[in-house]
Design a protein around this ligand. Structure first.
Ligand code: ASP
Length: 338
């Protein structure tokens, strides 16, 4: 695909070779994200970061990625502080705000809303999560993490990957996008663990099976974890339920902790989660006692998000080849932190 000037709305727009290109550029961003080098390649460019749903990592890491390339970030958070609260349409908001920015990242609670916004935007729009639908940049950083973790174990191939996805697979947009992304590879073995009411949407499962992948669905976690390379846990998406009481029916159903890991998982199984993990007692889908487990990759995942998002900006704004030209070493004290 052509990245320059394009919207990033869904994993459906990528081919496998596009993904590899994003990852190659992400690798080149390491010295900047690790504060060894500074580039000003996007000096003067403005990111409109529009988040109409709660977000920490996605919002801050998109903003940070843009800053690390030398650009400025303008943020709108929440409906209350936006003219959408006065009844303005997505069309009008997009027409206006795309005049103020060079690229926009948007998160919105309604499925399809970011695509609708993009149609009226005069600049590229990246989907930062549209309701329960998709979260494409998260899936890219998840796969980038999977690739890095496997390489660390001496494995070079995503083809043949065995992955368990656990939790709210109905409303979890990250697992929807990740399934679509894995579907571009070969011979993926997926174990989808969820309560019956929160199963992965049928069309996603169907598309994976049609693509020759193996999909097993289960409502039991422990025994299903025994043959996987990746255990990808997710939070019950409370904000998509009619009430807190409805979400409470499922919260805490699957809890992965060190003793379950030791008993059921292979020694190298990588533990992932898009974050935030719900650490409240009644949920606790990934116990804090896993924090010292070297295979807990959740914070490496979050670090990788900056690299992948820098790559997307550099590719969309067509500056990949100029990033290093305007670069210099940092001139402040930096501790090695990655
Ligand atoms: N941060 C992710 C998302 O926005 C996952 C989550 O919220 O559970 O979809």
């Amino acid at each position: 695909m052509k990245f320059a000037g394009s919207h990033i709305l869904s994993i459906g727009q990528f081919e496998r070779e596009d993904i590899e290109r994003v990852f190659t550029v992400a690798d080149r961003m390491v010295p900047y994200a690790h504060r060894e080098r500074v580039t000003k390649v996007l000096d003067g460019a403005i990111l409109g970061n529009m988040f109409f749903e709660p977000s920490t990592r996605t919002r801050v890491s998109f903003g940070c990625a843009f800053n690390l390339l030398g650009g400025e970030v303008r943020e709108t958070t929440g409906f209350e502080s936006s003219a959408i609260a006065k009844g303005e349409s997505l069309y009008d908001t997009a027409r206006v705000l795309s005049g103020y920015s060079d690229v926009i990242v948007m998160r919105h609670p309604a499925s399809g809303s970011v695509s609708e916004f993009a149609q009226a935007s005069r600049v590229p729009v990246i989907n930062g999560g549209d309701g329960a639908n998709e979260h494409p940049s998260q899936a890219l950083l998840d796969l980038y993490t999977i690739r890095k973790e496997l390489r660390h174990q001496g494995r070079n191939d995503i083809d043949g990957l065995r992955i368990a996805m656990i939790g709210d697979l109905k409303y979890g947009r990250t697992v929807h996008s990740l399934c679509k992304l894995l579907g571009l590879y070969r011979n993926i073995h997926l174990v989808l663990i969820s309560p019956d009411e929160l199963r992965m949407p049928g069309e996603i499962v169907e598309a994976l099976r049609m693509g020759g992948h193996t999909v097993v669905e289960s409502d039991v976690m422990e025994a299903s974890l025994s043959n996987v390379d990746i255990a990808y846990s997710t939070r019950i998406q409370e904000e998509r339920f009619a009430s807190k009481a409805d979400a409470d029916l499922y919260r805490g159903r699957y809890r992965l902790n060190q003793s379950i890991y030791t008993r059921y998982c292979e020694p190298n199984t990588v533990i992932m989660h898009p974050l935030p993990r719900d650490s409240r007692q009644e949920a606790n889908e990934l116990d804090n006692d896993l924090n010292d487990n070297p295979n807990l990759a959740i914070f490496r995942q979050a670090d990788n998000g900056v690299l992948v998002r820098m790559a997307l900006f550099a590719m969309i704004l067509d500056v990949v080849d100029q990033v290093d030209k305007s670069a210099r070493d940092v001139n402040w004290y930096t501790e090695r932190r990655f």
